[in-house]
Ligand binder design. Structure first.
Ligand code: NAD
Length: 463
């Protein structure tokens, strides 16, 4: 008889995992508290933007290997994949994990195995075992088995990565690890490493903290490059020619459900030993405000009455260091004085809202934070566009600014601010609009973009 698995939480990680399990000789029950989501999944309607998901979901539903409900189904394995955000004080909020645990505890029986996949603070799996023991009156590690296995997949490539990435399994004891190993061996093609639950929990947090620190470094490199009128992407590409250097590409901030959150779990637990992690978080969290300051300064100083814009004003000269605003004056290049232009609103087109390229995920998105601030600024006529999302994903205020077709909005834009490196922006021929003032914080290194800063564009907020 096939083993039965209940997957708790059918989001970016849980739903693809459930489908993969159902494709691998397991009977899978999906459980989620979101009734609307459950109803959509039942009809194989999209609830996340993940390549391949709809036909694969339809197929496992048709084969009756997968069913979904707002009620937890009894099974031999329970996989918990619920959200674990931070609260306003940057402390971990594990409410969803505890709520899922109490649902499992009600139906837990001899021989069952519970696997936590949600990113969690160190020690959560042991605490979860104790909670299950209290309610079920069974003994963890003997009557039932518990472990942690962090998910490392990336939205947009989840189906491939859940299967092919290397996996860590950390049971509360050896028997628990063995049980989990048997289940994951059915579909994982990467290497499976077995450890204890605390190590597995910390591995996940350390991995994402490492990414965050590296991104913070690249953002600081960008800051100092801009101060000297150096293109940070070119600078980093050259530095990366060193055989042992691999600097990441700076962006408009760090978003998503992982890197922007997980380091805080370590900072909360080990405040004395995580100064670097905290600094990295603060540097990356400050980036959206820096972008806003850049764009405002740029608009204020260089707004022009026609579409022609003389980028030669960005060539650094020795006099630039004592730049004293406003010095922009009307000239044959079409640059106008601040007095002439002060009543004119700048048409700002912002491209990209998601937290990273080629996904529809807006969680913790720095681009979204930036456009929300711009929407409240009087000096801009704001237009926003993102080929990966539809209007209903953003709030009513922002919907007023949203256009589906970014190309049609380009004509009227004074400034085009590219925040996310979606493939549509990468493939676009920007040379069609030679006079546009393109500011590129996307990492695409659009060659038509103006060099957005030099020593004349001092930014006091810069780290
Ligand atoms: N998204 C990623 O890239 C990623 C990668 C690795 C790890 N993770 C971790 O995986 C976990 C899940 O992340 P996600 O991105 O899939 O989240 P998500 O928000 O996309 O999905 C979570 C789902 O859980 C449901 N849910 C919430 N509380 C519940 C409860 N008590 N019982 C049942 N269902 C409940 C929600 O309705 C939602 O559908 C998080 O801990 C996250 O940090 C995410």
């Amino acid at each position: 008889m096939k083993s039965r698995v209940s997957v708790i939480g059918l989001g970016y990680m849980g739903l693809p995992t459930a489908i993969i399990l159902a494709e691998n000789e397991l009977t899978v029950f999906g459980y989620d508290i979101d009734e609307e989501k459950v109803n959509k999944i039942k009809k194989a309607e999209p609830v996340i933007n993940e390549p391949e998901i709809i036909p694969r979901l339809q197929s496992v539903l048709d084969d009756k290997e997968f069913s979904v409900s707002t009620k937890l189904h009894e099974a031999e394995y329970y996989i918990i994949s619920v959200p674990t955000p931070v609260d306003n004080n940057k402390n971990a909020n594990l409410d969803a994990v505890w709520s899922a645990t109490s649902e499992v505890a009600k139906i837990l029986k001899h021989g069952d195995t519970v696997i936590l996949e949600s990113t969690s603070i160190v020690g959560t799996t042991e605490k979860l075992s104790k909670k299950l023991e209290e309610t079920s009156k069974l003994k963890a590690g003997i009557d039932f088995f518990v472990g942690y296995s962090p998910e490392r997949a990336i939205p947009g490539n989840t189906f491939y990565e859940v299967v092919h990435n290397n996996r860590i399994i950390g049971g509360i004891n050896e028997e628990s690890s063995n049980k989990i190993f048997v289940l994951y061996s059915k579909f994982v093609r990467g290497e499976i490493s077995v450890t204890d639950s605390k190590t597995a929990e910390m591995v996940k947090l350390v991995e994402n903290s490492s990414r965050d620190v590296q991104i913070a470094f690249s953002n600081q490199v960008a800051s100092i490059a801009y101060q000297q009128g150096i293109n940070p992407y070119d600078l980093i590409a050259l530095a990366n020619k060193h055989p042992r250097v691999n600097i990441l590409s700076p962006r408009c901030g760090v978003g998503g459900h992982c890197i922007a959150i997980d380091p805080w779990f370590l900072v909360e637990a080990f405040p004395e030993h995580t100064k670097l992690l905290k600094a990295a978080r603060e540097i990356n969290d400050a980036k959206p405000l820096q972008v806003i300051n850049f764009v405002e300064d740029f608009a204020e100083r260089y707004v022009s009455t026609d579409s022609y814009f003389d980028t030669s004003c960005f060539v650094k000269t020795t006099q630039d260091t004592q730049y004293d605003r406003p010095i922009i004056s009307s000239n044959s290049a079409g640059i106008v004085s601040r007095d002439e232009s002060k009543n004119k609103k700048t048409n700002l087109l912002v491209l990209g809202l998601t937290f990273k390229p080629d996904v529809d995920d807006l969680r913790e998105s720095p681009a979204l934070e930036i456009v929300e601030k711009f929407s409240k600024k009087e000096i801009f006529n704001l237009t926003i566009s993102d080929p990966n999302i539809n209007k209903s994903q953003i709030n009513k205020d922002l919907q007023k600014h949203f256009v589906d077709n970014f190309e049609s909005a380009l004509e009227n834009a004074d400034i085009v601010l590219v925040l996310v490196g979606h493939r549509e922006f990468k493939d676009f021929d920007w040379s069609f609009f030679p006079d546009k003032k393109i500011l590129d914080f996307s990492g695409l290194n659009i060659k038509e973009a103006v060099l957005i800063n030099n020593s004349r564009l001092q930014d006091q907020q810069f780290c």
